[in-house]
Structures are given as C-alpha cells and as structure tokens.
Design a binder for this molecule. Structure first.
Ligand code: ATP
Ligand code: MG
Length: 256
C-alpha cells in the first residue's frame, strides 16, 4: 500500500507549492492514475514516493514504512519506475539494461540473464531477437517495453509510471496499455501512473486522482467520476473522451 499524508512540496522555501497538502491511499494491487494539466504537480508527487524528490512537509508510507526512514538507493531499487523518454543506458545492450538491477544487487550472471530473458518474453520482445540489440536499434514502443522489463526486474511490489505511453502512436499505445493491464493483474503490483489522457485513466485505473495547481481536486473510481465529476475542471477533462466517442458514433451513423 502507498499512503500520502498531507504531503507538500515547495521548491522556493515555502513561497509557492508544487504539491499542497496531498493525501491519498493506493491499496495493494490497485492502480491509481494521477491526472491534471501540465505543471500541476504530478511528476513531483510520483518522485516523492521513490525519494527522487523529498517532501517539504507530510509523510509518505510505502508498505507501512515511512520512505524518509529508508535509504533512497535501496528504496529505488525496490520500486519500479518507468518514465517516458528516458532512461535506457545507450551503451548497454537490451539484456544488460533489463538485468542492471539484479546485477548490481549481486545476482549471479546466469541467474540475472535467465531473469532478463524471461522479462523480455513477458513484454513480447523475444530475447533471441532483441537481447543483444542496443537501445538505438529499437523503435520507441520497443524501448518503452524494455523500460517496463527493467522496472519489473526487481520484482517490485510498487510501480511508478510517469506518462509511460506518452509519445507512442495510438496503435502501439493501445497494445501496450492492454499488456500493462494484464501484466499488472498477473503480477499484482500496486501502481501510480501519471497520464494526461483521461481515456487511459478510465481504462487502466481503479482510482483516478485529479490535481490542479498542486491540489487534489477529485479522487474516485472511474465509475464515480463518470457519474459525478464533482467540479467543472474534472467535467472538462471527461469531455474529451466523451466527444471522441460521440464523433465516432456520428461518423458510423452517417456511413450506416
Ligand atoms: N527541480 C525543480 N526545481 C524547481 N521547480 C520544479 C522542479 N521540478 C518541478 N518544478 C516545478 O514544480 C511544478 C510541478 O512540476 P511537475 O513536474 O510536478 O508537473 P507535472 O504535473 O508533472 O507537469 P507535466 O504534465 O508537464 O509533466 C512546476 O511548476 C515545475 O516548474
Ligand atoms: Mg510531469
């Protein structure tokens, strides 16, 4: 379980807050989507969970333990972290990228290789074909899969995903979303996923938390938000997927 209690973050010594008195809980095995406009504090929130950023105030508990009482490096090895655009080591092969955490935590070469092979299979990148490639020899979607596999290598009970599907084409995005959901069900990890896309949040999340200027303005299940957005900001975010559905229906009707 992940629990945030009255968490605030100021970058300027308390004059303004990127995140303000944020409290929420993510139950074991649940997926929480964090949604809101650019700059509202989503990435800052996620980074406070694995201590890439330390909160100014409040408490964050992962599996009941305050993250501030844990060694940041050990904590980050335990928590899977996937973010868009980064982060494969360009001078390492796919296999080395996926195996990096088991390797630095001292697993035997044969053991980490086997594990990396299995993880590559899991994300549908057969080791035979992909293990020896360099990141630059992969498509964006394939890189993203390697990023997933690497995050899964530490058998994390918690995964943090910051716009993991952001820059992918719609078809690749759709298939990775589906795979993410089935992996999450199979492996049972707890996840916090940042997204700009309300449709994605509705499809993948058990709970949706909407932020605005550092504040939590609404939290609920997809069904709860759809039934009652609670305020205009959330209503506006729900409008986009609704409009898309409506446009498609209109087109279908016209062509029928
Ligand atoms: N290292 C930093 N130093 C100073 N200010 C920062 C730092 N990181 C983020 N901020 C500020 O904190 C606020 C929240 O940023 P954050 O990255 O959390 O937004 P976000 O919701 O993830 O936005 P986006 O959707 O664009 O990724 C912004 O005003 C940003 O400029
Ligand atoms: Mg961000």
């Amino acid at each position: 379980m992940i629990e945030l209690k009255q968490v605030s973050k100021s970058w300027d010594g308390g004059q303004s807050f990127a995140v303000k008195e944020l409290s929420l809980k993510v139950e074991d095995g649940a997926v929480l989507a964090l949604l809101g406009r650019s700059g509202c504090g989503k990435s800052t929130t996620v980074k406070m969970i694995n201590r890439l950023v330390d909160p100014t105030e409040g408490e964050i508990l992962v599996d009941g333990v305050n993250v501030m009482q844990q060694d940041p490096v050990a904590l980050r090895r335990k928590i899977g972290y996937v973010f868009q655009g980064i982060g494969l080591f360009p001078h390492m092969t796919v296999l080395e990228n996926v195996g990096i955490i088991p390797r630095i935590t001292g697993e035997e070469s044969a053991a980490y290789r086997k594990k990396a092979d299995e993880l590559l299979d899991l994300v549908h990148l057969p080791a035979q074909e992909f293990a020896a490639r360099m990141p630059e020899q992969l498509s964006g979607g394939q890189r993203q899969r390697v990023g997933f596999a690497r995050a899964l290598a530490a058998d994390p009970s918690v995964m943090l995903l910051d716009e993991p599907f952001g820059a992918l084409d719609p078809v690749t995005r759709d298939s990775l979303q589906t795979e993410f959901k089935s992996l999450q069900r199979k492996l049972g990890f707890t996840a916090v996923m940042v997204t700009h896309d309300m449709a994605e949040a509705l499809l993948l999340a058990d709970q949706i938390a909407v932020m605005k200027e550092g504040l939590l303005v609404r939290i609920g299940t997809p069904a709860e938000l759809l039934a009652d957005p609670g305020n205009d900001y959330v209503a506006a975010l729900l409008e986009t997927p609704r409009r898309h559905v409506q446009l498609l229906r209109n087109l279908e009707n016209r062509n029928a």
